[in-house]
Design a protein around this ligand. Structure first.
Ligand code: HEM
Length: 184
């Protein structure tokens, strides 16, 4: 089937990956809301984020196909080529993360890990001003990336004609054969 009425679906995001994603969203929001004055909850959010990131690292190696880093981490030239193809309206379809999305995942996970690390250091050094400033800077960078991430998800949902947020909830996307395009 190659039309809008296509109902074939494929599983893309496994249950643990989805649980990881929405837990990360909650923990990130909690960390932001408690950062200024509610330090016990803020620390709890930070430790939870560390545990989630640790799980994601592991899952990126031993998880199912589309959760694996090897499935979506590409070099800068592949990311550039994908973005260029996107601008020209000839980008390839990917069931999992496309190369640009993959780069965003790596940046998000890295910056979040640095946010957690700087928070731990600020705590360990008794509220060191240097580490606190670094922690705040990294947290702002993370917020900026999250904004770009959400904008990217919405843009790709429009361009691909598929609700990607729903896919991160149900784990399923329309089968590739429905799109009538090649890809992986
Ligand atoms: C309500 C806001 C958000 C929505 C609607 C959303 C939606 C999504 C969607 C649809 C994907 C899959 C992208 C794809 O199809 O390739 C995704 C992946 C991802 N998102 Fe979000 N996201 C949100 C907030 C966040 C936040 C706050 C973070 C981090 C703090 C985050 C981190 C990630 C990560 C790390 C992935 C990659 C999933 C994986 O492979 O592990 N997202 N998000």
């Amino acid at each position: 089937m190659h039309n809008g009425s296509c109902t074939e679906e494929i599983r893309v995001w496994d249950p643990l990956l989805r649980l990881f994603h929405w837990s990360l969203v909650l923990v990130f929001a909690l960390a932001w809301l408690t950062g200024d004055e509610w330090m016990d909850l803020h620390r709890l959010a930070g430790y939870s984020m560390a545990a989630l990131l640790f799980f994601r690292l592991l899952w990126g190696v031993v998880g199912p196909r589309h959760a694996r880093f090897a499935d979506f981490v590409r070099g800068p030239s592949a990311v550039k080529a994908h973005l260029l193809a996107l601008l020209q309206g000839r980008a390839q379809h990917y069931d999992g993360h496309n190369p640009a999305g993959g780069a965003m995942v790596v940046m998000l996970l890295t910056v979040l890990a640095l946010v957690v690390a700087s928070g731990l250091l600020a705590d360990a050094f008794g509220g060191s001003e240097l580490f606190e400033a670094l922690h705040e800077l990294l947290a702002n960078l993370a917020l900026m990336l999250v904004g770009l991430h959400i904008a990217g998800v919405l843009l790709m949902s429009v361009l691909e004609g598929e609700n990607l947020v729903r896919a991160m909830v149900t784990g399923r996307k329309r089968a590739r054969s429905c799109n009538g395009r090649a890809g992986s």
